[in-house]
Write a protein that binds this ligand. Structure first.
Ligand code: SAH
Length: 343
């Protein structure tokens, strides 16, 4: 059955009107779902019995169950969920000095085929609905409620390509961003894409305040096409052009993600070339330590090499950050838990 989390605030108002109910009931229902965070329709005590029954007949609230959980030494928690149709997907909760951050999945499997990524080991089975993505945030928030903690940051960087499930992902963002919903600020929501250019252009026109992150991982077409097949469809020139337009039209700073792979993309020349590519953009580069995946043989650059790469970028006039590892001991990178579980 469909989850009521699928409904944006406007869609819920419309649904209620069409069902002969008052529009303002949407506000009550949203408050039960997202502020009081109840688990059953029966708890919605300010609705009529009739409306409660109608909701019960048509929707579920939480659309999946937890089937596995791994807790890392650093407190990172990785959840594996399973929907009614047997589809499984992962969510990661990370604790940072600035608060609780959650990484959500957007698809069951992924078709982008990045050679270093565990998610692509299984082709996409289906898109997640917006409600299934919302459900990931609420499931974890309900656990944090017991400790009086709040999810302050959402990154759409789990399994799946968000711009290959564009409408559901944007509805998801709108639901958690809504003041009637979880009220997570747009600037605390980050969408990460491998670079589907037409969708970047569409996103640019939408004038959203969400952060946009681009998985770059290489500074020339030859290497990028080897690592990321999407580069053959949308090569760097087209990608960088679309991003220039986006950052000018939206006056937003971009994040470029770059995982450091030993003897693949961590040479001095790569840093210099990368700096040249990014120069002039309102952007910074997030250097990410690679979580090794048994199946593909790539090795992470060591700390010394990462620091050297970082220094070279800075010397070449580009802002960069070096991300620390989270959940390394629990296979917290994209798709890793699901791969393990399916074995
Ligand atoms: N499809 C989107 C979002 C999911 S991947 C995208 O490509 O951006 C989120 C980020 O994790 C991407 O930058 C991806 O390249 C990176 N990633 C994938 N596998 C990884 C691994 N094993 N270790 C570190 N980062 C990884």
């Amino acid at each position: 059955m469909k989850t009521i989390y699928d409904y944006t605030y406007q869609d819920l108002e419309e649904y209620l009107l069409v069902s002969g109910e008052k529009k303002y009931r949407a506000k009550q229902i949203y408050s039960w779902l997202y502020k009081k965070r109840i688990d059953t329709f029966d708890e919605m005590t300010d609705l009529s019995k009739e409306l409660i029954n109608k909701l019960k007949d048509n929707f579920v609230i939480n659309p999946f169950k937890e089937i596995n959980r791994q807790i890392s030494k650093d407190g990172t928690i990785k959840f594996l969920f399973e929907a009614e149709d047997g589809s499984s997907f992962e969510t990661v909760l990370m604790h940072f000095h600035f608060g609780e951050s959650i990484c959500v999945s957007t698809q069951v499997g992924c078709n982008m085929g990045c050679t270093f990524c565990a998610s692509g080991l299984f082709k996409k089975k289906r898109d997640l609905t917006s409600g299934e993505i919302v459900g990931q945030v609420l499931y974890v928030q309900k656990i944090l409620d017991k400790e009086d903690k709040r999810i302050g940051n959402v990154v759409i960087m789990g399994t799946g390509e968000p711009f290959d499930n564009y409408d559901n992902v944007l509805n998801f963002a709108s639901i958690i961003n809504s003041d009637f919903g979880l009220a997570i600020g747009a600037r605390h929501i980050t969408i990460s894409t491998c670079g589907i250019v037409p969708k970047i252009k569409e996103f640019s026109k939408g004038k959203f305040q969400y952060n946009l992150a681009i998985s770059l991982h290489a500074s020339n077409n030859e290497l990028r096409s080897k690592l990321m097949p999407i580069n053959k469809a949308y090569p760097l020139e087209e990608l960088m052009e679309a991003l220039k337009e986006y950052s000018i039209d939206n006056n937003r700073r971009l994040t470029f993600e770059y995982i450091l792979l030993h003897n693949i993309n961590d040479y001095d020349e790569n840093a210099v070339e990368l700096a040249r590519l990014i120069k002039g953009y309102n952007a910074y580069i997030n250097l990410i330590p690679y979580n090794e995946v048994d199946e593909n043989g790539y090795v992470s650059s060591n700390d010394k090499a990462a620091l050297h790469f970082y220094d070279l970028l800075m010397k070449n006039g580009v802002k960069a950050t070096l991300r620390s590892k989270h959940g390394e001991d629990i296979d917290a990178a994209c798709g890793q838990l699901r791969v393990k579980y399916n074995k």
